[in-house]
Write a protein that binds this ligand. Structure first.
Ligand code: FEO
Length: 398
């Protein structure tokens, strides 16, 4: 049965949520599922803004059929050719054989790559338009937010931006599809940051370029492909995106990440966090990198100004999960953090050297002294060093 909602006159939300999904992109934990938005514009012409993931396509087709109410589907704008939005294209073409597909040259090429079909296409470039009747869509390229083919679409008559992956979040929605219908700051901001940092975070330069284009538009509504729709307080999400895209930390505080085999490295991290608290540092966070899924760690690293990495030496290397985490941060282009490092080893200590190699290959990372080296477990000498490190870290967040 259909489940649709009018977003504004002529524009309907026809999306769906998947609460069974465990891993988005088969990589990122989604304990609260995932939502997939798409929109149908009912004008002189009918136009579907993006498709949907296979897992929820039955719901989508029920929705689309109802919203069209017997009309033909004239256009589908493929803003983003990732299969979580496009898996339904072959079925759409079977149901609506006269459908014209609108997208960038790369998007149209990718349809062939994924589905080995020819489509009746309209290729669009920067500031090209598509007239639907009362609504005219203007397209803006947004390469690498999050794939190279991405465009966003602006309807000047209503100030509506169809923003593709930008401004999305992890998590299924619960009827309240507008951000002003939920406690977004409390319940959704963390998942929006985790989504941005992990999915788009590598492409801060490109995201900043898109944000600059948007500054020229009179935005009244933002309709992303995942999670909540914005019709009020658009600056809430836009300002956050400016921070995230420029790798500017939201919080001046310390996040401590440890990789510990038997708990002794974890003990050093806990001692350090207590010393930080005693020095007046608020909101310190400590994570065991073997316990917390790495996408949450990446998100916290985007949020915090000062990071500590504490790792056991393992096979003469960084402890595996810490290695994965640091590599992820590098791959996501995290820049401009102050960093402390702590290693542990019982017969050979390599973790600090190896962690430093990764950190110095990232842009604008400041590694604090002292670098701490624990031998098997924290002793009085390491305790004194942790004291010095805590004071140095506290200075950075004053
Ligand atoms: Fe929601 Fe990049 O796909």
């Amino acid at each position: 049965m259909y489940n649709i909602r009018e977003v504004q006159k002529d524009i309907w939300w026809v999306g769906a949520s998947d609460r069974r999904l465990q891993l988005f992109e088969n990589a990122y934990a989604t304990p609260d599922g995932m939502s997939y938005n798409n929109y149908l514009i009912l004008d002189d012409k009918t136009c579907l803004m993006d498709g949907i993931d296979d897992a929820v396509s039955r719901q989508f087709f029920d929705n689309l059929t109802k919203a069209l109410d017997g009309r033909e589907l004239d256009y589908m704008v493929v803003q983003h050719m990732e299969p979580d939005h496009c898996a339904c294209i072959p079925e759409l073409l079977l149901r609506y054989p006269k459908l014209k597909i609108v997208g960038s040259q790369k998007a149209i090429q990718m349809i062939g790559q994924f589905y080995h079909i020819d489509v009746d296409s309209v290729v669009v470039k920067e500031k090209d338009t598509l007239e639907l009747g009362h609504h005219t869509l203007t397209f803006y390229t947004a390469p690498m937010v999050h794939w190279p083919e991405v465009i966003v679409s602006f309807d000047a008559s209503t100030g509506t931006l169809f923003s593709a992956d930008a401004f999305g979040a992890f998590g299924a929605m619960s009827g309240n599809i507008f951000a002003d219908e939920v406690d977004w700051e409390h319940d959704w901001k963390d998942e929006a940051r985790r989504y941005y940092a992990n999915i788009v975070g590598k492409y801060g330069v490109q995201t900043t370029a898109l944000l600059k284009k948007l500054e020229t538009l009179d935005l009244k509504m933002i309709l992303p492909l995942h999670a909540h729709l914005w019709r009020n307080d658009l600056n809430t999400i836009i300002e956050l995106y400016k921070s995230w895209a420029s790798y500017t930390p939201e919080k001046k505080s310390v996040a401590v990440f440890y990789g510990s085999v038997y708990g002794h490295t974890g003990n050093a991290a806990d001692i350090l966090s207590m010393k930080l608290a005693e020095l007046g540092v608020r909101d310190v966070k400590v994570y065991d990198v073997s316990k917390t899924e790495v996408s949450y760690l990446v998100s916290t690293a985007f949020e915090y100004s000062t990071l500590v990495f504490a790792s056991a030496t393992y096979n003469a290397e960084i402890f595996d999960n810490m290695h994965t985490f640091l590599t992820d941060l590098k791959n996501h282009n995290l820049t401009g953090r102050t960093v402390g490092i702590i290693e542990n080893g019982s017969w050979a200590k390599f973790a600090n050297k190896k962690m430093e190699e990764i950190l110095v290959s990232m842009k604008n990372m400041t590694i604090l002294e002292p670098k701490i080296s624990v031998t098997s477990s924290v002793d009085e000498s390491a305790l004194a060093e942790l004291d010095v490190m805590a004071k140095a870290l506290a200075e950075t967040v004053k």
